[in-house]
Write a protein that binds this ligand. Structure first.
Ligand code: ADP
Ligand code: MG
Length: 475
């Protein structure tokens, strides 16, 4: 295995050598990339695409949000024959929401040919419609290992024509106990194929997967270096017993609209949630035991800015792409410096600045030292006593999520809800936030001060010509 270690260069550097136009991509794909305004490759794309397009198997490691989806999507689309109505590429993802994100991104990139069919095969919904879609012919399938396995067992998914297998978020799939399912699926793919493995971290299980299912893989690893200045990192000394209370003080002082708070254990997540909720903070948590619908609701509320703090372990939060995140709080310092860098890389995205705040007790000092060494920067230490605590105004999220019973199944579209709120109900566009339609429900974020009235007016009026049931997701 060759290893290519590329520290992420600042974007201005090497721009010329990172243009997609230098890659052997078909003209249709080049045009689509231009339309999407994907002008330069992200570092992981620049490192992995030439190898993937040359047909190599690949192990690629880079943080969330680095553009890994396009890295494998462009490779598999380049090989795809749209005139052949058979599954030619398959992407395995850990969860339905990640599979949905990947499906959307592949569809966007596949626009150059209007007849490439990409379907998602995930658990949590009935098999029959998926089987019908497969019968109509699909070129690319994206799904969770368990559900794909079901389809193979029932004979509804034929893999004879498959030439690319992608394992996306492989570390997370292993965390979720999918090793055997992945093995089952990989063994049923043709031996003559290209296998691309993408992962944010590199635990031992990845090497085992690679040994078993990849052939002479090239390894691309992107050491993270966040752009200086975008993420402002501070370490706070705390006594172990003050840790949970200290989170509330950080929130009061920095007043971030959205904060992701990392704990090392599920128990710590539960304890922190109790403390924050008792302080009147709008906080929610994610964990592996939640049902998909519950998970969706939490993510929707956090992403649309109606929940201030999302408390999670690394496992629960992996892969989540949240656009606007003012702060990451490390309630516990992680023993793994790479995971620390990965955690804080979620804030300070795009051109926004972000805070990375870590609470450290005396016994965490060694961990902080290895983080500092890996990041090549001295830690900036602060004391809790410096924090402003006079401001008694509670930290309140700007929006409230309203749940409307009825979703895709009822053919509700975001425009219908926006229309109902800005039409008869008389609200302005600015008072309406993100609208998310799921199978059974539609969620709309509205400005906090109009929430009650919006519930009343939506319940009294009509959406898509029908009376609907509406409730606010908080009391
Ligand atoms: P990852 O899988 O590494 O977490 P994604 O593939 O989800 O990251 O990409 C993150 C975001 O970056 C997506 O919104 C995607 O559309 C965007 N993106 C990817 N590649 C490029 C590019 N070359 N130029 C501009 N935007 C890009
Ligand atoms: Mg991804």
């Amino acid at each position: 295995m060759t290893e290519l270690i590329l520290p992420a260069a600042p974007p201005a550097e090497n721009t010329a050598s990172r243009s997609f136009t230098e890659l052997p991509l078909p003209p249709g794909i080049q045009a689509t990339l231009q339309q999407l305004e994907y002008l330069t490759m992200t570092p992981i794309q620049a490192a992995s695409l030439p190898l993937a397009l040359a047909g190599h198997d690949l192990i690629a490691q880079a943080k969330t949000g680095s553009g890994k989806t396009a890295a494998f999507a462009l490779a598999l689309l380049t090989k795809l024959n749209p005139r052949r109505f058979a599954v030619q590429a398959m992407v395995l993802c850990p969860t339905r929401e990640l599979a949905d994100q990947v499906t959307q991104e592949i569809r966007r990139l596949a626009r150059f040919a209007d007849n490439i069919k990409v379907i998602a095969l995930c658990g949590g919904t009935t098999m029959r419609p998926q089987m019908a879609s497969l019968e109509h012919g699909a070129h690319i399938v994206v799904g969770t290992p368990g559900r794909i396995m079901d389809h193979i067992e029932r004979g509804s998914l034929n893999l004879e024509a498959l030439n690319t297998l992608v394992l996306d978020e492989a570390d997370r799939m292993l965390d979720m106990g999918f090793y055997d399912d992945i093995a089952y699926v990989a063994k049923r793919c043709p031996a003559q194929r290209q296998t691309l493995l993408f992962s944010a971290t590199y635990p031992e299980g990845i090497a085992r997967l690679a040994r078993q299912f990849l052939r002479n893989p090239q390894e691309v690893k992107l050491l993270e270096q966040h752009e200086a200045g975008k993420i402002r990192q501070r370490f706070y000394e705390v006594k172990h017993e003050e840790r949970l209370q200290a989170v509330g003080r950080l929130l009061k002082h920095y007043r971030p609209v959205s904060t992701l708070a990392f704990c090392n254990t599920k128990q710590q997540c539960r304890d922190l949630l109790d403390v924050l909720q008792a302080q009147g903070v709008h906080a929610l948590t994610l964990n592996g035991d939640m049902e998909q619908r519950e998970r969706d609701q939490v993510l929707i509320q956090f992403a649309n800015r109606s929940c201030s703090v999302l408390v999670a372990t690394d496992v629960a939060a992996r892969g989540l792409d949240i656009a606007q995140l003012e702060a990451v709080i490390n309630v516990d310092v992680t023993p793994d410096p790479e995971i620390h860098i990965h955690r804080i890389g979620r804030t300070g995205r795009a051109d926004q600045e972000g805070w990375a705040l870590s609470l450290c007790s005396a016994s965490d000092k060694r961990r902080v030292a290895s983080i500092a060494q890996m990041m090549g920067a001295e830690p900036e230490w602060h004391a809790l006593s410096e924090l402003e605590t006079d401001n008694d105004a509670p930290l309140v999220p700007p929006m409230v999520t309203l749940q409307i019973l009825g979703g895709r199944k009822e053919k509700i579209r975001p425009g219908d809800v926006l229309g109902a709120l800005t039409g008869e109900a008389g609200f302005t566009r600015e008072q309406v936030g993100k609208i998310t339609v799921t199978d059974q429900s539609t969620y709309v974020a509205v400005a906090r001060d109009i929430a009650r009235e919006a519930v009343r007016k939506l319940s009294a009026g009509k959406v898509k010509g029908k009376t609907v049931k509406v409730r606010a997701l908080e009391d």
